[in-house]
Write a protein that binds this ligand. Structure first.
Ligand code: NHR
Length: 151
C-alpha cells in the first residue's frame, strides 16, 4: 500500500495544509476517501474537492457528542447506549449525512478505557462493512442522493 505523509506543522496556515493534502490525495483519483483517526478539522479547500465521496467514523452515536472526548462526555451524561457512526464528511464538523451506526451498552462501572474498547470492537466491524458496501454500490438511493447533493 502506497503511503504519503503530509505533516501539518510544515504549513503556515490551515488552508495551505488543506491544499497540500488534497493535492496528494487527488493523485490517486480515489473512488472513496476513508478517514480513520484523522484529527485535523478540514476546511473548504479540502472538503470541496472530495465531498460526496469522503467518509469518517466517529466514536459516538451522532448527533450526540460531536467533536472530541466523546467517551468521557457520554459517561458524564449518563447515557445507557453509546457507539460509533460512519458519516459523509461535509464542511460542518461531524454533521454530514449518517451512513451507518453500531451501538454498545454502557455498563455499570465503565470508565473511558472500558467503554472506548467496547466501541472500538464495533468500529472495526462497521467501517470495513460500510467501505465494502459503498464500493459494491449497495447503498440505497437515499444515500446516493444525499451524497450527490453534498457535491
Ligand atoms: N473535517 C470536516 N470538514 N468535517 C468533518 O466532519 C470532520 C473533519 C475533520 C475531522 C473527524 C472528527 C471525529 O471523528 C473529522 C471530521 C478532530 C476534531 C478537532 O477538534 C473534531 C472532529 C473530528 C476530528 N480537531 C482539532 C483541530 O483544531 C485538533 C484536536 C487535537 O489535535 O486533538 O483541528 O471526531
Amino acid at each position: 500500500i502506497d503511503t504519503a505523509v503530509v505533516p501539518h506543522q510544515n504549513y503556515a496556515t490551515r488552508d495551505l495544509f488543506d491544499v497540500a493534502l488534497a493535492d496528494v490525495v487527488a493523485r490517486y483519483q480515489p473512488d472513496l476517501v476513508v478517514m480513520a483517526g484523522f484529527m485535523r478539522i478540514l476546511g473548504e479547500q479540502f472538503v470541496n474537492r472530495f465531498e460526496g465521496r469522503m467518509i469518517n467514523i466517529h466514536p459516538s452515536l451522532l448527533p450526540a457528542f460531536p467533536g472530541t472526548h466523546t467517551h468521557a462526555r457520554a459517561l458524564d451524561a449518563g447515557v445507557k447506549t453509546h457507539g460509533c457512526t460512519v458519516h459523509l464528511v461535509t464542511s460542518e464538523l461531524d454533521a454530514g449525512p449518517i451512513i451507518a451506526q453500531a451501538s454498545v451498552p454502557v455498563l455499570a462501572g465503565d470508565d473511558v478505557a472500558t467503554l472506548s474498547a467496547r466501541v472500538l470492537v464495533e468500529e472495526h466491524r462497521l467501517y470495513p462493512r460500510v467501505v465494502q458496501d459503498w464500493l459494491a454500490g449497495n447503498f440505497d438511493q437515499r444515500l446516493r442522493e444525499l451524497a450527490a447533493r453534498e457535491c
